[in-house]
Design a protein around this ligand. Sequence first.
Ligand code: CTP
Ligand code: MG
Length: 235
Amino acid sequence: MKNNNDKATAIILAGGKGERAGGNYKQFLKIGGKPIIFFSIYEFLKSQLINKIIIVSPDEKIKYVKGLVLKFFSQRTIEVISSGNTRQASAYNALCHIKQGIAPASYVVFHDAARPTISENMIGDVIREAISYGGAVVAGKATDLTLVVEGGYIRRAIPKETAYCGFTPQCFRFDYIWEAHQKARRINLLGSADNIELLLRFSKKCRIKVVESLVPVHKITFPHDVVIVKKLLKN
Ligand code: CTP
Ligand code: MG
């Protein structure tokens, strides 16, 4: 990146309700007195490559999130905006917010608030790779046999050499991810699973490099994941 304006903007996705974990806004559950989202914000604030943090939150939690930002960080570089109905819509809201801002960053780093075990190094690695390739995603080699299942039947088994699990953080050139979201919206595709799906389908230019992590960047999905993440954060 050439100058300060070229630093990446972080988008922390905290706009879900956490239905599979019991509908309790898992991203704000407390571990050691701190809400889960705290750990991600903390690592992003450490990174010299980040110019701004945008937190995407459900409307009913915006006041609460602003309060915890003030309590734990008292930072002016953190903004809190409204989420959408899907993860894709939440990501798009953040991209629009950046597009409308003064001197928008050339790169964006998406991160799930429900994945608290990231590190500043990981953030730096995805940003550096995205600068070289257009996009980069933290992923880990799948440790179990990965299957493609349709209607309850196995259609395909993915050879273990090529099977990975995609995590966040993920970093993309702003213009590539913006274009991919725009094209998806034009054909009314609004509930895609991830930015990667949109880029693979709608961007000819973006190559997405894998930043391999030997340990999974564990996501809280079900209630038992809270126990796992608690243990991981203690290490
Ligand atoms: N997310 C978001 N906006 C949405 C949905 C999800 O910002 N409309 C965020 C979540 O807050 C979470 C991340 O995307 O940090 C990963 O999504 P997921 O694990 O699916 O979280 P939820 O959608 O909250 O959980 P569930 O699907 O079980 O309801
Ligand atoms: Mg979800």
